[in-house]
Design a protein around this ligand. Structure first.
Ligand code: KIV
Length: 259
């Protein structure tokens, strides 16, 4: 797609129905993000998610998908400790969950892990900029690449990721001119979430796009565009069902067996 100058559509999904709808809608790539922590499991931090959670959710997604390319997000501490841990856990996303590729967060310092996974035959996406697994070090949800020092560090990161053999990279939360410069600095496809328009494709979190997010757990970032208010649709449907049960309108004869 990059060679053909076509923008890739990339979205998260976490379970069978959300993946099925995203696939039917024709997205190119699906990330089973560790944002499942916030969107689906009710945690405040992605660091609460385990390998078992990710394998369970990734498997549900791949069972639903017929055409999109599915990437499993490696959870906190599944790749940081050693090359061996990285290869073993990345392999589980492929062998047990049926993913096409894995993603891990970090630049220069995870480059050796990326090299190890690529050498083991895996397809790997890098992820730099705002990396939620390192929120404490980053001082919270902050736009990255705002100073020349940060831009230098991001440039070194993306080059190290490409050099390590990553097949593509994701940029998160940075000014558009930084996204553009980083994209120009490497050959591999560069996707963005809040990194401006000058990249090879856009990622958004499905629950942000469809309006199914608890604002107490995750605030809607500036880069999000909301296309539906599914949360209100659910509240409305369940409220009307509740009213029908309480008033005796449901079940009516058409919902009875026999007769
Ligand atoms: O887990 C996720 O959805 C992600 C995106 C925020 C990039 O890693």
């Amino acid at each position: 797609m990059k060679r053909r100058e076509k923008k890739a559509v990339f979205i998260t999904a976490y379970d069978y129905p959300t993946a099925m709808y995203a696939d039917v809608a024709g997205v190119d790539m699906i990330l089973v993000g560790d944002s499942v922590a916030n969107t689906t499991l009710g945690f405040r931090s992605t660091t609460s998610v385990t390998m078992e959670d990710m394998i369970r959710h990734s498997g549900a997604v791949t069972r639903a998908v017929e055409r999109a390319f599915v990437i499993g997000d490696m959870p906190y501490m599944s790749y940081q400790p050693s090359d061996e841990a990285a290869i073993r856990n990345a392999g589980r996303f492929i062998a047990e969950a049926g993913c096409d590729a894995v993603k891990c967060e970090g630049g220069e310092r995870v480059a050796p892990r990326i090299r190890a996974m690529v050498d083991a035959g895996l397809v790997v996406m890098g992820h730099i900029g705002l990396t939620p697994q390192n929120l404490a070090q980053l001082g919270g949800y902050r736009v990255q690449g705002k100073t020349s020092r940060q831009v230098e560090a991001l440039t070194a990161d993306i080059k190290a990721i490409e050099e390590a053999g990553a097949h593509f990279v994701l940029l998160e939360a940075m000014p558009p001119e930084v996204g553009a410069a980083l994209r120009e600095s490497v050959e591999i496809p560069v996707y963005g979430i809040g990194a401006g328009p000058h990249v090879d494709g856009q990622l958004l979190i499905l629950h942000d796009v469809i309006g199914m997010q608890d604002p107490g757990i995750l605030k809607k970032p500036r880069f999000v565009k909301r296309y539906a208010d599914v949360g209100s649709v659910i509240v409305d449907a369940v409220s009307r069902y509740s009213a029908d049960v309480r008033s005796g309108v449901f079940p009516s004869e058409e919902h009875f067996y026999g007769g």
